[in-house]
Design a protein around this ligand. Sequence first.
Ligand SMILES: [Fe+2]
Length: 415
Amino acid sequence: MCVTSASGIEMKDLLTPDYYRYPWAALETVKILPRGGVLVIWPDGQQLECHPLWLRENAVGPDGIDPRSKENGLDVTDMDMSTTIGSASVDAGALVVEFVPEDRRASFHPGWLRHVADELHRPFALLPEPKPWVVADLQEPPTHNGSSVLDDDRALTAWLHDLLEIGVARLTGLPCEREIVGLVGARIGALRDSNFGLTWHVSVDLDPNSTANTNSRLPAHSDLPTRETPPGFQLLHCLENDVTGGQSTMTDGLAVGQYLQTAEPDVFRWLTTLEWTFFNRDSNHDHRWTGPIIDKGDGRIPWTFRAFHPVRGFPAMASDALDDAYYSLRRFGDIANSDEFQIRYDLEPGDLIAFDNRRILHGREAFESREGIRQLRGTYLDTDEVYSRMRVLCRTLNMRPESLGFTHSKEAEDD
Ligand SMILES: [Fe+2]
């Protein structure tokens, strides 16, 4: 959009403190506030109060936002705490202010100010909202074409959209090669290493370092509850599977939590407050962390489910709470593994299942290992990597999650 200011400056070239291209949301008016800031107002009535020091450190240019790094170059120890707004006006829709006593003029893109007013700068603003599900809502993981996701950013965006909204999303038709899980993970971001390696196998081992590497049933669980921050997302790629049994399972922890909160509030309270110490040890490692089965965080981060009996070692609670703790564990297990909450599906060679390891409880049925081979290759990614890739894809493709229009059922039909 080409807008020329009263002073002849083309406002379309007005720099913003970040990498987004904002629509020109022209301001209607600006008022200087008695306590020193300004109130900007748009024609639709939206308003934003701007503190003078916040505006000053977000002014693009020397001792403000560096136009190359888009980062704040004004250290607080160099900040003039007496800074206030000497004058303020709207020029061709942009905010123009004069900082005093510095005698510095700065212009602010109204679209950038508007995104703050609309709270689009907040961490979850540009991400799909999680939709809890039970078996009545979802019988199979949302499914996408694997080759498309490897080559095409729109296909990658659609897959990540489902992964963030539903918590689980499957790719099909990928080559059955060992390096594929790393290539798919790298489409999202940096892989998360662990004592199992950057990528790792899941198969029946003579000397297993994890219950996953046996042919036993794995009930609904989350990986690495033994870490301060368990891995955010997990990718599992099926290379070979001709065994009898071994169906994969998924349960939405959010749905289990919501159910318990309403139907069994005592159980929910015990699961969210009584803590356990988890451990993961081998000859070279000794990982431990203490937390509740359902960690609600501090209200700013998504819930984290810590559930895996092979690595749940010790109660970290008063001994008279143990009866309640074991009862709540049993109820959690009964519900998470029930036909109402847990989906079962076949993992075919070439399939890759991705899921939110802190929200979705995954598992598998036991299988007969003497009759065939079941080989998976897996990797982890931190939640930040998935969030970042989704935001960048939406930025570069000029999309907003709610405008994508993707649903898991539609994608499944398209494939
Ligand atoms: Fe697992």
